[in-house]
Design a protein around this ligand. Sequence first.
Ligand code: NAD
Length: 481
Amino acid sequence: MEKLKNYINGILTTPYSNNYLNNYDPSTGEVFTMIPDSGEQDVQLAVESAEKAFPKWSLFSAEQRADHIYRIAELLKRDLEKFAIAESMDNGKPVWLAKAVDIPRAVKNLEFFASAITQFSSESHHTGNVLINYTLRQPVGLVGAISPWNLPLYLFTWKIAPALAAGNCVIAKPSEVTPLTAYMFSELCIEAGLPEGVLNIIHGPGKTAGLAIVSHPKIKTITFTGGTKTGEEIAKIAAPKFKKLSLELGGKNPNIIFADCDFDKMLESTVNSSFRNQGEICLCGSRIFVEKSIFEKFKSAFAERVSKLRVGDPHKDDTDLGAIVSKQHFEKILYYIDLAGKEGGKILCGGKRVIPEGRCKNGWFIEPTVIEGLKYDCRTNQEEIFGPVVTITPFETEEEVMIMANSTEYGLASIIWTENLTRAHKLSSEIKSGIVWINCWMERDLRTPFGGVKNSGVGREGGVEALRFFTEAKNVCLKLS
Ligand code: NAD
């Protein structure tokens, strides 16, 4: 069975412990690769190699760094098909989805930040003819980048591309649940001739490898995407060491549907925003609020569409929902479906495990599930489930729906469906989230700020926000004689 390797100092290496962990294909429940069980010693080696690489990499011109990143992007485009199949095997998502979204977006992340760094500028402030203040934007040094399993290569590159483009050296850790495409990415970096030590990729569990990155005194900047609880643990370690932190955390996003919306467009998009990627996207709208006058119409049209979604083998082109990423996560989702029943919810459709015929019979699959009849403040409606489960709740007034929408500890994204733009603007300003989509979902312009409020995170990624995060502002004040 293939054993993945760490990527340290430009070469593929075995972990110091010489121990490996099982990596499962969630669509079959079988182990298909082994992951390095890395820890402090591996991180230490990565830090030493990054420190050696930093002076030269940070002094390259922006164009030189961009050229290196473009080269990796080219190779990734060449291998798109191979990466998409690997992403699907690791995560359970349909191959067509990885081909259409995950891997193309990883290419785009690299290309976007390679280009963005050549356009990056800083401020200067003039006071009469006497004082000139100008701001240098210098790389922060060594960056620790930790990413989750739901959009593995997509989110991994979303972090490392701006960090590298800005002149930093990176020690990155993909999720131990989905390490494969990050490993394949390290092979591409070698082929592309990325200078050794500039990017180091360490595999292993969060509690050992992840913790070693967060705690290392030489890594002063951490970019993390994952669960809110993990974000809290990281912040506790980073705060007393005064590390720069970007935290992209959990969500429980409202999807608010008014009677005056374009119903067909809304319905199509709401099926996607509920169940795309098995509902395992932090931006999915898991709490659907529908204006009372169209609640019954929505309920029957939505349930009809959802019950037609096909769950099963991620290799099939007509599969809508693939496997849930891990057995542990599969059990967590089923627990919440059960809880919803105990809290008085009625399952409109779905709610059960799916056992496909053939090679996927032992995989972890769950029907897309729609639940009604729950109070907005019950646990099912407050806690992040992160799976193919949505609730639907009627509302009568804007005030009422704003109270329900803003009631959770999270504030990542919101969706509003209305043709009344005055209302859309008003509610966008009142809603407590970092991202608002009006009459659409998941439309992404990489120049825009990305991130959440409340317990959904601290800081913003995307465009210039990311380049600012990965650089230190130094003001220089010059007095003219
Ligand atoms: P997770 O927090 O369990 O793990 C995320 C990463 O952190 C993994 O690489 C893991 O190994 C590592 N990790 C775990 N414990 C650690 C520790 N103590 N120290 C350092 N690293 C540690 O999250 P997950 O289950 O992989 O991902 C799902 C979560 O991610 C959901 O809550 C989802 O909402 C969130 N998410 C947020 C965004 C966003 O942009 N806000 C995007 C995607 C996913």
